[in-house]
Ligand binder design. Structure first.
Ligand SMILES: Cc1cc2nc3c(=O)[nH]c(=O)nc-3n(C[C@H](O)[C@H](O)[C@H](O)COP(=O)(O)OP(=O)(O)OC[C@H]3O[C@@H](n4cnc5c(N)ncnc54)[C@H](O)[C@@H]3O)c2cc1C
Length: 335
């Protein structure tokens, strides 16, 4: 049995952000990741709010070295009419989002965690949490057991820990499915690089250029897949359950849940990676506070649950307003 201060399930942005903050504070950390990297994951348009988080995690220079497409807003198109929506601005100019392949982002983050001293078991599947006297005390994996005072579930939308502990998952929308895919498309001279949100027939469809050869498309889809693109699809289109949902007990005795594993909304919220990084940084901070005696476990668990629920509720209300204002009908996409 290997023993650590913190064990994290999943090497997406949420898990790695937790790992970096804990390692930088001197804790011993293990990440258990079932897939070998590079591995594909959707979600390449990042809200400008990730920029200070990249800085906080010490990866902003490496991200900028990728020379990602930066965009100050996006186009909203309805009935053939286009309007540009800016994210916002301050004295230094317009705030800008990032277009980055997730495999590139996740590799930069994982390399940073490894440099900070994090142990990584990969590829290695976490089979089940170990529970003693009502407290999570570790994890049983394909490679053996790892114990720790805190287990962090960053496994994404499969809600690994919630399923094993039978935690309540509350839904805040009807059942929703997003379809997504990629298309080869050479950059055209004079092409506008800002993504486009198409709103027609009560549905939305997002198209964003990731690099000079590739466009990502994603749409809130009814039961059928809309693949009649004029593009040549690079990967087969896929469908994912993006029902808005959150785990009621996102922290408890011996565990915290971060990122999509804790709370998830459909991609129109554009906050998935932002929320993953923020929740990971927050939990890294709280776990460190407990270890260094600055906070009791009880108050850290309470603070996290309250913070995450308030954010999820505010995001759900804001997204519902956007749907209503833009004439989109959530009930129409209930499948
Ligand atoms: C179609 C689509 C488009 C999206 N577009 C955007 C976008 O443009 N912008 C944006 O910000 N967000 C977007 N999102 C959301 C974004 O992808 C997620 O919010 C983000 O990936 C969450 O990060 P995470 O670290 O919580 O989980 P993930 O990135 O899902 O990482 C979880 C990790 O856990 C691992 N894992 C799972 N189970 C186990 C196990 N048992 N043992 C070990 N490892 C395990 C997985 O292999 C994975 O690597 C999109 C989502 C979808 C579905």
């Amino acid at each position: 049995v290997a023993d650590f201060d913190v064990v994290i399930i999943g090497a997406g942005p949420a898990g790695i952000a937790t790992a970096i903050k804990c390692c930088d504070a001197g804790l011993s950390v293990l990440i258990v990741e079932s897939q070998a990297f590079p591995r594909h994951r959707p979600g390449e348009s990042f809200h400008p709010g990730v920029e200070p988080l990249f800085h906080c995690l010490g990866v902003l220079n490496e991200i900028n070295n990728l020379k990602p497409i930066r965009y100050s807003g996006y186009w909203v198109s309805r009935g053939g009419v286009r309007e540009h929506v800016f994210f916002g601005s301050d004295n230094s100019g317009h705030w800008k989002g990032f277009q980055i392949w997730r495999a590139d982002l996740d590799k930069i983050l994982l390399d940073r965690a490894t440099r900070a001293g994090c142990d990584v078991w990969q590829p290695c599947r976490a089979n089940r949490p170990m529970v003693k006297d009502g407290r999570v005390v570790g994890v049983a994996t394909e490679n053996g057991h790892a114990t720790s005072p805190f287990l962090i579930d960053a496994s994404g939308g499969c809600h690994w820990l919630a399923r094993h502990l039978d935690l309540q998952i509350s839904h805040a929308s009807p059942r929703l499915t997003a379809a997504y895919g990629y298309a080869s498309s050479l950059i055209q001279k004079g092409e506008m690089l800002d993504p486009i949100l198409n709103l027609d027939n009560g549905m939305w469809r997002w198209e964003a250029r990731i690099d000079e050869n590739t466009i990502h498309w994603c749409e809130l889809s009814p039961a059928r897949l809309n693949c009649k693109d004029s593009f040549l699809n690079r990967y087969p289109a896929r469908r994912v359950d993006t029902t808005w949902r959150s785990v009621d007990a996102s922290a408890g005795a011996g565990y915290f849940i971060v990122g999509d594993a804790a709370a998830l909304m459909d991609p129109a919220s554009s906050h998935g990676v932002l929320r993953a990084l923020m929740s990971g940084i927050m939990v890294g901070h709280l776990v460190t506070s407990i270890f260094h005696g600055r906070s009791s476990e009880y108050s850290a668990l309470f603070a996290y649950r309250h913070w995450l629920t308030a954010w999820f509720n505010a995001d759900s209300a804001a997204l519902l307003r956007i749907y209503t204002d833009r004439g989109l009908d959530l009930a129409m996409v209930d499948i």
